[in-house]
Design a binder for this molecule. Structure first.
Ligand code: HEC
Length: 347
């Protein structure tokens, strides 16, 4: 629990007894340890990150390396300066890392992962396409914080474009049979991602931050980093994945997750109660306004790492697409859903 949080933990439905156990968990509604279940994020493609960890708790990879060694790896002591530099040099720096941490690896070096082959569409960098990690490693040199920020934060002054992914522009979206048909589906799915407009409503950190109850947007309004798909500036958002209330889109499977009832006792939301499987960024800031806020992760290499979302509540990419279709009443056709899934599988 963060010190001086605006909320108290009223109650936890706690299938693994971690948070309710007096040794490992809370010692009172305001003190002790809250245990949440988050999928590990890939330790690759890091040069595209604007936010480290789901809730942005780490300022840079230098500090992440120390905390992961102490907490996740349960070491007795943090690694020294030289070792932390070696870890970060191996992973590749982010734009948030200090020059000292990046001494031997400029942002843009390091490890890259992306889908490289599809059973039907075959090699994803063939025929003028730019799938796979080699093209991604070239792309990172053009990334900077705010690279395609829809909220006007692009330091170059360039306007936002919803055409976030251009990897499969060269493939014919109307092609016929065999590998051609599979490539056409991927190319059409890219167009759905880039061009299908829908109303974004009720997203904490976006609609309220802009004072716009309805934003006519795209997948890329939140997944705006060109050909990577994370947010190009820090933007903790609540799209409803952590909600355990009546509003949770039915496609999400919350089985096995704890459900916290958080009672806001101070601050602008005092008096309200939130039911969530994870307090999200509020675990860092203690603010009720940050309950359920998480980052939009990088969308490369997705096929290899089901289940999806921070808590694994979407079993497949088809469930992810169905979540968005239900949550924002997009009205995707079966064809558009299948094409979008084919595209996401090719990232
Ligand atoms: C309003 C902002 C917003 C919009 C619009 C949006 N996303 Fe997301 N997306 C997010 C956030 C935030 C997360 C992380 C949520 C979580 O895990 O709790 C996410 C997660 C995902 C993930 C899961 C990645 C992983 O590693 O688990 C996929 C896939 C994805 N989005 C695809 C899409 C597609 C496709 C669309 C368009 C139909 C879309 N998103 C529209 C904000 C958005």
């Amino acid at each position: 629990m963060p010190a001086a949080a605006e909320f108290e933990v009223l109650n936890v439905a706690d299938p693994y007894d971690c948070t309710t156990n007096p040794t490992t968990g809370l010692t009172s509604p305001t003190r002790g340890v809250v245990s949440v279940y988050r999928r590990p994020l890939p330790a690759t493609n890091l040069g595209f990150l604007s936010t480290i960890m789901w809730d942005g708790r780490e300022p840079d990879l230098f500090s992440q390396a120390a905390d992961a060694t102490l907490v996740h790896a349960q070491a007795g002591a943090a690694p020294g300066l030289a070792q932390r530099r070696q870890i970060v040099a191996f992973e590749g720096c982010t734009r948030a890392d200090t020059p000292a941490a990046c001494a031997t690896t400029p942002p843009g070096a390091g490890l890259f992962t992306a889908q490289i082959y599809d059973d039907q569409a075959r090699w994803l960098a063939d025929g003028g396409a730019e799938g796979g990690p080699a093209s991604l490693a070239r792309q990172v040199t053009r990334f900077f914080i705010g690279a395609n920020d829809p909220l006007g934060g692009n330091p170059s002054g360039a306007p936002f474009t919803s055409q976030v992914f251009t990897l499969y522009d060269a493939w014919d979206p109307a092609s016929g049979a065999g590998a051609g048909a599979a490539r056409a589906a991927i190319a059409r799915g890219e167009q759905v991602f880039n061009s299908v407009k829908f109303n974004i409503t009720g997203v904490g950190g976006l609609n309220d931050a802009l004072g716009q109850p309805i934003i006519s947007g795209f997948c890329g309004t939140c997944h705006d980093t060109p050909n990577a798909g994370d947010h190009s500036v820090k933007a903790p958002l609540n799209i409803g994945v952590a909600d355990a209330g009546a509003n949770t889109p039915p496609v999400l499977d919350l089985t096995g997750l704890p459900i916290f009832s958080l009672w806001c006792v101070s601050g602008p939301l005092a008096g309200q109660i939130f039911a969530v499987t994870d307090p999200g960024r509020a675990l860092i800031t203690g603010k009720c306004a940050d309950i359920g806020k998480l980052k939009g992760p990088i969308l490369r290499g997705l096929a290899a790492r089901a289940p999806y979302f921070h808590n694994g509540s979407a079993k497949t990419l088809a469930d992810v697409v169905e979540f968005y279709n239900q949550r924002f009443t997009i009205g995707l056709t079966d064809q558009q859903k299948a094409d979008l899934v084919a595209f996401l599988n090719a990232l």
